[in-house]
Design a binder for this molecule. Structure first.
Ligand code: BMA
Length: 339
């Protein structure tokens, strides 16, 4: 019996490609997404130029699917002066806080990828807050609200090939967006044959819903043909986001179409932005496909919650507000490390 379709791809996919860009580029993918100051959909798109280095461009649309207006020039170019953006800026996630748009992105330093923050109010001028995590660390997103007087950031320290420790999703707190600590694993990668056994990373910033914080995350499985990037969903406690309330055992979205299965990096769906429609249920999920183009799919909050309740990764059926055994930080032997 096949599962119901959880994500509906838009008929206009891929919605943005390199050939839409007003200047020559290699690829456009992994966009941050938000509602702009004028109510339009704004995508902050990772644009890889033909030297291989990425910057950010902006595309705007009234309906979020069609008639994209693309800024004629890059809006955020890496500062390539030997500091933390030497090899580009990648994979922005946008968190709207009042009229501020806070952006967590990967800065590719000569010492490896790290997490940096910037902010804008109009997507024309940007202020850098600077690097906040040392290499190797990427896939970061800020929560839109504070917990007490502390900001919270989700991020993913990168795996170390030497120790074979897999890549878990971590959560850290800060009083001022600059100084981060209290680092803890919040969503561990699984082990063995699982679709999310190699590493996991946050998708769009967590979304606050009555049940908690809804999360999409990517998971990677390494096969003889390379890595396959798929997407799972999780729910974190609203007041204590380190408490995992549920996590889908199965992926909810994976590469299927030609534009997802073939490109610069085949078999990748990589969501980095989502927008909740006014009905409070429908979600537009923006994602990079095969590290080559931008696509959009819709799903529903209710669908993801139902799916998680039915197929929680802890292997038990449980109410989401009971908390989940998946929350247990994996022991070294479970995480694939060599002892
Ligand atoms: C991740 C990031 C993403 C990329 C993905 C698939 O590690 O580098 O930018 O889309 O790999 O190649």
């Amino acid at each position: 019996m096949s599962r119901p379709v959880l994500f509906e791809r838009h008929v206009a996919n891929p919605i943005l490609t390199a050939s839409d860009w007003p200047y020559p580029v290699n690829t456009v993918f992994n966009p941050g997404a938000t509602v702009g100051p004028d109510g339009e959909t704004v995508l902050l798109v990772r644009v890889e130029d033909r030297s291989g280095v990425s910057h950010f461009g902006v595309a705007r649309s009234q309906d979020g699917y069609t008639r994209w207006k693309i800024e004629p020039e890059p809006v955020f170019t890496p500062e390539r002066d030997g500091t933390h953006e030497t090899w580009g800026v990648e994979d922005p996630r946008i968190t709207k806080v009042g009229d501020r748009y806070l952006i967590a992105y990967t800065a590719f330093s000569s010492g490896g990828p790290l997490v940096a923050l910037a902010e804008t109010r109009d997507f024309r001028t940007f202020e850098r807050l600077g690097p906040v995590m040392v290499p190797e660390d990427k896939d970061a997103a800020l929560f839109p609200t504070k917990f007490g007087d502390r900001w919270a950031l989700i991020h993913r320290p990168v795996i170390s090939p030497a120790t074979r420790v897999v890549g878990h999703i971590w959560l850290s707190y800060s009083p001022d967006l600059l100084h981060w600590g209290e680092h803890r694993v919040v969503i561990p990668a699984r082990s063995g044959a699982h679709w999310d056994a190699e590493k996991v990373g946050i998708g769009p910033p967590p979304l606050e819903i009555p049940e908690g914080w809804l999360v999409l995350f990517h998971g990677v499985k390494v096969t003889a043909a390379g890595g396959v990037y798929r997407v799972g969903t999780a729910l974190l406690d609203r007041n204590d986001p380190l408490r995992l309330l549920g996590r889908s055992d199965e992926w909810v979205f994976g590469p299927l179409t030609e534009y997802e299965r073939s490109g610069d990096v085949p078999d990748v769906v990589f969501p980095t932005g989502w927008i909740l429609e006014d009905d409070g249920d429908t979600l537009r999920v923006y994602y990079g496909a095969a590290d080559t183009c931008v696509a959009v799919a819709t799903t529903r909050v209710s669908t993801l919650l139902e799916h998680m309740a039915e197929t929680c990764a802890c292997g038990t059926r449980h109410e989401l507000d009971d908390g989940c055994p998946c929350t247990v930080e994996p022991k070294a032997s479970q995480s694939g490390s060599v002892t």
